[in-house]
Design a protein around this ligand. Sequence first.
Ligand code: GUN
Length: 282
Amino acid sequence: MAKMIDGKLVSKKITEWVAREVKDMTDAGHRKPFLGVILIGDNPASKIYVGRKETACREVGFDTTTIRFDEDVPEDEVIQQIREFNNNPNVDGILVQLPLPEHMDFLRVFNELSPHKDIDGLTPHSQGLLALNRAHHIPCTPKGIIKLIKAIDFEMKGVHAAVVGRSALVGSPIAKLLTHHHATVTTVHSRTKNPWEFTSTADLLVVAAGVPKLVDEKWVKKDAVVIDVGIHRVDDKICGDVDFDRVKEKASWITPVPGGVGPMTIAALLTNCFNAYKTHVS
Ligand code: GUN
């Protein structure tokens, strides 16, 4: 039976550290860190995520503002808002919540973000630096995953790590990060034939497929560490991309859903924004 990787506990330690650092800075006479958020449209999941981020910011002593746009807003209006945040010296980080509406060009919008304020690490500039292992801001979910792996003292060097999924938000950056940590990385995705043949030899398995309970025990090597990035509501119950009840019997460690990766994404956002703030005020 696998041990649980407690993302709530690890993230709490990180957010408490950020709160102490913010207090030290404001006690010393500096302004508070500021996160500017842009939320477009009515995607229910996006609204929940942005609400959680706002709450987390306030809990650690950041100021934050969310600019909300209708789904059909012209791209230029969003770009105008990004430029305002870029040019405002009191804004430390800018977060444009994904997914963007269909009519928007991701590259055009994200290329507008100042790389120093791109605390999500998602601009083409930031992703290029990440590929070169020189990132200023590492994308939040992958950064949180690495922290969880380190929290259980798992040695990444030399192991076989498998990543399920290749999205710009999670799969692609976590595969790069694991490589930078000297793992040998296999990526499988929706077009891979018999993906379990690859994943079932992996010592570390990161699942970011976006498919409820896709991964069962057949995909998992005995005593592997399993990180589940997915979160879904199915028949009024929350589940991940991993069939938790079956995989927990085979893995050595596993993240629960909820309470695994989710809180770590927010903790990573806070640390990225705090790091940007430090470069702005000192
Ligand atoms: N949508 C889902 N997760 C994320 C995230 O980490 N950052 C942004 N910008 N959008 C998201």
